[in-house]
Design a binder for this molecule. Structure first.
Ligand code: NAP
Length: 309
């Protein structure tokens, strides 16, 4: 019998108590899921989330994989005690959540919805451009970024995409590499940052790069807080160079009450809810990887430890 240690924390277990065993059974895996730390030698798979029950993986050398419930793995990827394969969460429901958040917030700014929700007095017929006349850039074309860029292009936005390696997506003008970032940002009326937190992406949107954006551009960050230089962002907004920032992720979470982002009139804060891991579908992803491990098939969604994502 395969032993799965749910080490993602007691707080999360009630959400998985039924779904995970059910998904394992559906995948045809004879497994026992436990929440209390078992004998290290007995553990076959570890289900992980930051803030859970395991930080030192050394005793679990026999484990065949560590399976993260989170898509972003910056809080585990540098753990030197981790020698087991690490798989991250790629879940259709998580992607759908991100699509909803990104398209919703892009349309908010595209249509200038705030103006009408505020009950602008008078009768100023300010007609927004058509979506195809609006340029949106998505930085990061992985599981989430590619889906968002494709959806935005489907809504007829002129969509640019940027990633580390070359990509081809229908109706999306793709660019890659550091050298092309300036050209992308200079056109981006709305920019969506969907990159992982790595040393290379830290402060990616600094004063210089924020300065490349067209005047009154809007920044949407559902990626990671470290992608943004917070001080530079506040300065760009205060000086009227940037129009608005909608932020879902922060360097410190929960975002402290007195943080300047909370009260800034041109910042919208959402509390890291853009794309939550959904236990039912996430359990199926975990179960499929365990099935693969047991069948000797390659794991899905393996993290490249060297790249950090
Ligand atoms: P992913 O599949 O790993 O894709 C990452 C993308 O970023 C890839 O296209 C990659 O380029 C690109 N990239 C990485 N480093 C780069 C660099 N230095 N320069 C240019 N491009 C670079 O990740 P994902 O599943 O789409 O998720 C993206 C991020 O979203 C996660 O890391 C996580 O931080 C965040 N997230 C947030 C929430 C939320 O609720 N707010 C939920 C889930 C995830 P290549 O394709 O060339 O490798």
């Amino acid at each position: 019998m395969t032993l799965v240690w749910f080490a993602a924390g007691a707080r999360r277990w009630p959400d998985y108590r039924e779904h995970l065993p059910e998904a394992l059974a559906e995948a045809g895996v004879a497994a026992r899921v436990v929440t209390k730390a078992p004998e290290p030698e007995a553990v076959d798979y570890i289900v992980f989330a930051p803030g859970g029950d395991v930080t030192d993986f050394t005793p679990y050398r026999r484990a065949k994989a560590v399976l993260s419930l989170w898509a972003g793995v910056e809080r585990i990827v540098g753990n030197t005690s981790l020698t087991q394969p690490l798989c991250r969460m790629v879940d259709p429901a998580l992607t759908e959540g991100m699509l909803d958040w990104v398209t919703g917030h892009v349309l908010r700014h595209h249509l200038d919805l705030d103006r009408w929700i505020r009950h602008e007095p008078g009768w100023h017929q300010i007609v927004p451009p058509l979506a195809r006349e609006r340029t949106v850039a998505v930085l990061g074309l992985g599981e989430l970024g590619a889906a968002c860029a494709t959806a935005l292009a489907g809504l007829r936005f002129r969509t640019l995409g940027w990633s580390r390696s070359p990509k081809a997506l229908p109706d999306v003008e793709t660019h890659h590499g550091e050298a092309s970032l300036e050209a992308v940002l200079r056109q981006a009326e709305i920019v969506v940052t969907l990159l992982p937190a790595t040393p290379e992406t830290d402060n990616l949107m600094d004063a210089r790069r924020l300065g490349w954006l067209p005047k009154h551009a809007v920044l949407l960050n559902p990626g990671r807080g470290t992608l943004i230089d917070d001080e530079a962002l506040l300065a760009a907004l205060d000086e009227g160079r940037l129009g608005h920032a909608t932020l879902d992720v922060f360097r410190v979470e929960p975002l402290p009450d007195g943080h300047p982002f909370r009260s800034h009139p041109r910042i919208t804060v959402t509390p890291h809810i853009a794309a939550e891991t959904r236990p039912a579908s996430a359990s199926r992803v975990i179960a499929e990887n365990i099935r693969r491990g047991e069948a000797g098939e390659p794991f899905l969604h393996l993290v490249d430890r060297r790249r950090g994502y």
